[in-house]
Design a protein around this ligand. Structure first.
Ligand code: ZN
Ligand code: ZN
Length: 742
C-alpha cells in the first residue's frame, strides 16, 4: 500500500494523506477524488511517500484516480509550491486555483466533445475558382480546410461568422466534423517532428534599434531578464514577432502575457496574420470553461506554439517553453487582488529562471521596480527611442491652467475650440477622464449635505442617464432624490465631472458631432466595445469620451487630439504610487494621438502646469522623471528600495478588527526583537484602510517592511505561527506580499 499527499481546495496550509490500494498506479501531478469530511473533493497528488504520521485507523483511501487529463508536470508543481510559500497562501488553494475550472470539478471533463473539421470527399472535389465569389467566408473556410483539418478555434480566426457558415457547409455535405484527432495525447510534446514548417509573414523590416533588441535576446542561452523600454509607437510588438519567429523555428513555445482581456482578440488577430498556420491559443477569463480547458490542454500537450493570455496563463503548462514576454509589464492588472495575491509578472520571472529561458518585460513606462532592476544590472535594458513609422512624430503636449481660463462644466474654452477645429478637419478627438457617471457627488447648497453611501465611507456617484445615485465601491444604489434628504430643500447640484457630464457638455456645444462614450457603463454588453472600436476605425465618430479603457493599446489612426481632464488628484495622493500610475496612464493616452501620418496634440487641463510630472510628459523624458522618482522613493524608504507585506482585516465589528490587528502587531514586535536581523525589519502601526468602511465592513491594515526580500520572507515565515494562533472568527483577513494597493 502506498500513500499520497494531496493538495485540496481548503483554507489550511497543509497537504492531506491518503492511501492507494495495491495495484492502482498513481503518480505526482495526477488528479484524484478523495473523501474530506462528508464531502468528496478533487485534489492533486503532490508527493508519493512510503510512510505517514496519520494513524492507520484514520487514514482513508483515495476514492478515484482521474485519468481524463494528463498529470501536472513536476515543474509546474514546483512553481505552485514556490507561489504558496512566497505569497503565504495555502498550498491546496494555490494548486487548485491555477487549474481551469473543469479540472477542479469531479465531473468528467469533456461533456461536449470538441469538434474538428475537414473536407468531405465532395468538398475536396469542389473547384474553388467556380465557387461563388460573394460567399467570402465559406471560400476561406474551404481553402483553409483544403490545407489541413482544423478545430473551431483555428477557423474562428477567419471570420466572426464562421459558426453559421460551417453549418451551411456541413448541410451542403462539403465539410464534415469529427472528434478528437487534433488533440494529441499529452507528453508527446518533446518530439523531433514537433518542429513544423510554418509561414512567416515578414511584413516589416526592423529598424536598427529593433534588430539590436532582437539580437540581444536571441543570443542568450538560458535565463536572462530584459527590460524592453520603447516609447509608444516604437514597435515593441514587431520585436515580439521576430522573437517568436526565432523560437518557433526551433520548435519552442512562447508565452505572451498581456494585461487586458479586451486586448487579446486584437493581438490574437495580429499574430495570426503574421503566423497564419501557427497554433496560437488564448487563455483568459472571457473564454467558456470548455474553451479554456481545451486551450490549456493544447498548451500542456505542447501543441500550442504561442500562448497569449492574461495573468492566470502564467500557470499554463508549457513543456517546450522557450520564451516569456510580459507586455505592458507596469500594468497593475498583473497583480491579483484576492485569493492568491500573486504578481503574474514576478511569477513569470521566477518561471523563466526555473526553465532557464529568457524573459522580456516590455513597456513605454516601466514600473519603477523593473526600471531600478535594469539600472542596477539585474535586468538588461533595451531601449527603442524612435517611432517605427518614420513619418509618425511624438505628440506635442501642453498644459492649460484651469485657474486662468474660461471653463464650461469642467472643459476649458481652448480645448473646446481645438475640438471644433478637429471636427472641421474630419479628425477625431479623445477626452480622457478617469471617472464614470455624471458627477462624483451630489451636493445640497442649502446645508452642505453630500451623497454619501450608507454602507461605505465613499460617496455615491450621480448617474443622470438612469436617475440613480450609485456607490462604485459596494454597488448600492438609490433613485436621485428630488429634495435634500437632510434639510428638505430642492437645492441639489452635481459637483465635479464624470464621463456622462463631459458627453453632455460636448453635445450641447457640438450638436451635430458624433460623440461616443466608452466606459464600463457603456460597454457592459460583451460585444459593445468591439462594435465601438469598429465605429472608431470606420471614422464614424468625431469625439471620444472615455476612461482608462481607451488608454490601453488601441490604434486609432484618425485621432489627432487628446484632452486630459482632471488629472490633479493623483499628484498629491497619499498613495506613493499614484504619480507613477498617472504618468504611465498619460503617456499611454497621449500615445493614442497622431499614430499615423498626422501629428498629434495633447492638452492637459491642470491647476499645476509647472508640476515636474507634466514637464516630463512635455519633453517625453521618462528617464529624467524616473530618476527623480527613484531618488524620492529612496529618501522616503519606499519600494523598490524596501520590500513590503500588508496584513489586512475587515469585519462588521470595529473592535474585533482592531483587536486582531493589534494582537498581530504585538506578535510581530515580539518576533522582531528575537531576531538577529531585526534592524532590517520595520513594523508600522495599525491604521484604517484608504477606504475605512466598505459594504458595512470596517477595514484596517498593518504594514511590515524590510530592506531585503529575503529578510521579509524570513520574518513572514516566523510570523505565520503566531498569526495562525489568533482568532479570526467573523473577520476577513489576508496577507498581501508586494502589495500595490494601500
Ligand atoms: Zn440640504
Ligand atoms: Zn457603498
Amino acid at each position: 500500500m502506498s500513500i499520497v499527499r494531496v493538495a485540496l481546495d481548503v483554507p489550511l496550509p497543509t497537504l492531506f494523506d491518503y492511501t492507494v490500494a495495491e495495484g492502482i498506479a498513481v503518480g505526482t501531478g495526477q488528479r484524484v477524488i478523495v473523501p474530506f469530511g462528508r464531502r468528496q473533493l478533487v485534489g492533486v497528488v503532490m508527493e508519493c511517500v512510503a510512510t505517514t504520521d496519520v494513524s492507520p485507523e484514520r487514514i482513508k483511501p483515495v476514492t478515484q484516480v482521474l485519468l481524463d487529463s494528463a498529470p501536472l508536470s513536476a515543474g509546474l508543481l514546483d512553481l505552485l509550491r514556490f507561489c504558496s510559500d512566497y505569497y503565504r497562501y495555502p498550498i491546496g488553494q494555490t494548486v487548485l486555483s491555477a487549474l481551469p475550472t473543469r479540472l477542479r470539478s469531479d465531473k468528467p471533463i469533456i461533456s461536449k466533445p470538441l469538434l474538428s473539421y475537414r473536407l468531405s470527399a465532395s468538398g475536396a472535389a469542389l473547384d474553388l475558382d467556380s465557387f461563388p465569389k460573394r460567399k467570402v467566408v465559406q471560400r476561406r473556410i474551404l481553402a483553409k480546410l483544403a490545407e489541413q483539418p482544423c478545430n473551431l478555434a483555428q477557423l474562428k480566426a477567419l471570420s466572426a461568422t464562421v459558426g453559421t457558415q460551417l453549418k451551411t457547409l456541413e448541410r451542403e455535405g462539403w465539410v464534415e466534423s469529427f472528434t478528437g484527432v487534433l488533440l494529441p495525447s499529452a507528453g508527446s510534446g518533446r518530439t523531433a517532428n514537433s518542429i513544423q514548417k510554418y509561414a512567416f509573414n515578414n511584413a516589416h523590416t526592423l529598424t536598427s534599434e529593433q534588430q539590436l533588441a532582437v539580437d540581444a535576446i536571441t543570443q542568450v542561452n538560458g535565463y536572462a531578464c530584459f527590460l524592453l523600454h520603447g516609447i509608444t509607437g516604437s514597435g515593441k510588438t514587431e520585436v515580439y514577432v521576430h522573437l517568436m519567429h526565432e523560437v518557433l523555428q526551433h520548435g519552442g513555445q512562447v508565452l505572451l502575457l498581456v494585461p487586458e482581456i479586451n486586448l487579446t482578440p486584437q493581438l490574437e488577430n495580429y499574430f495570426r496574420n503574421r503566423f497564419p498556420d501557427v497554433n496560437l491559443i488564448s487563455l483568459h477569463s472571457g473564454l467558456s470553461e470548455g474553451e479554456r480547458l481545451h486551450n490549456w490542454q493544447q498548451a500542456q500537450a505542447g501543441v500550442a506554439q504561442i500562448v497569449l493570455g492574461t495573468r492566470l496563463s502564467v500557470f499554463a503548462e508549457l513543456p517546450r517553453l522557450a520564451l516569456i514576454i510580459v507586455d505592458e509589464e507596469h500594468d497593475s492588472s498583473f497583480k491579483q487582488q484576492d485569493g492568491l495575491r500573486y504578481s503574474a509578472r514576478d511569477v513569470a520571472i521566477f518561471r523563466a529562471n526555473q526553465h532557464s529561458v529568457p524573459i522580456v518585460l516590455g513597456s513605454a513606462t516601466p514600473s519603477l521596480e523593473s526600471y531600478h532592476n535594469a539600472q542596477s544590472g539585474r535586468y538588461q535594458m533595451l531601449t527603442l527611442t524612435g517611432r517605427a513609422l518614420v513619418e509618425a512624430r511624438l505628440p506635442t503636449v501642453r498644459c492649460i491652467n484651469i485657474n486662468q481660463t474660461v471653463m464650461h462644466h469642467g472643459i476649458s474654452e481652448n480645448l473646446l475650440r481645438e475640438i471644433g477645429l478637429r471636427i472641421e478637419r474630419k479628425e477625431q478627438s479623445l477626452l480622457f477622464i478617469n471617472r464614470r457617471g455624471y458627477a462624483p457627488v451630489l451636493m445640497c447648497t442649502g446645508c452642505g449635505w453630500l451623497s454619501g453611501c450608507k454602507h461605505c465611507a465613499g460617496k455615491m456617484v450621480l448617474h443622470l442617464k438612469d436617475q440613480r445615485l450609485r456607490c462604485h465601491h459596494c454597488g448600492y444604489q438609490v433613485r436621485v432624490p428630488h429634495a435634500c434628504p437632510s434639510c428638505g430643500k430642492a437645492e441639489l447640484f452635481p459637483v465635479g465631472s464624470g464621463t456622462q457630464r463631459v458627453e453632455s457638455v460636448l453635445q450641447e456645444r457640438f450638436p451635430d458631432a458624433r460623440i461616443l462614450r466608452v466606459d464600463r457603463d457603456s460597454t457592459r454588453n460583451k460585444r459593445a466595445w468591439q462594435t465601438m472600436r469598429e465605429q472608431i476605425h470606420a471614422n464614424e465618430v468625431d469625439i471620444l469620451v472615455g476612461t482608462q479603457m481607451l488608454a490601453k493599446g488601441h490604434d486609432f489612426p484618425a485621432l489627432t487630439l487628446v484632452g486630459v481632464l482632471n488629472p490633479d488628484s493623483a499628484l498629491y495622493s497619499s498613495d506613493f504610487r499614484a504619480a507613477e500610475k498617472l504618468f504611465a496612464q498619460l503617456v499611454q493616452v497621449a500615445g493614442r494621438a497622431g499614430r499615423a501620418d498626422k501629428p498629434g496634440e495633447v492638452i492637459i487641463q491642470t491647476a499645476f502646469p509647472d508640476h515636474p510630472l507634466f514637464r516630463a510628459l512635455q519633453t517625453h523624458d521618462f528617464e529624467g522623471w524616473a530618476a527623480t522618482q527613484l531618488v524620492e522613493r529612496k529618501l522616503a524608504g519606499f519600494p523598490p528600495f524596501v520590500f513590503q507585506a500588508m496584513l489586512r482585516a475587515e469585519g462588521k465589528q470595529e473592535n474585533e478588527v482592531y483587536r486582531y490587528l493589534h494582537e498581530a502587531h504585538t506578535a510581530a514586535v515580539t518576533l522582531r526583537h528575537s531576531m538577529k536581523n531585526h534592524a532590517q525589519i520595520e513594523i508600522f502601526g495599525v491604521v484604517p484602510a484608504a477606504l475605512p468602511r466598505r459594504a458595512n465592513h470596517l477595514r484596517a491594515q498593518l504594514l511590515i517592511q524590510a530592506t531585503s526580500r529575503k529578510a521579509l520572507q524570513h520574518f513572514l515565515h516566523a510570523w505565520q505561527a503566531p498569526l495562525d494562533a489568533l482568532s479570526t472568527q467573523r473577520l476577513r483577513c489576508s496577507l498581501d506580499i508586494d502589495p500595490l494597493e494601500f
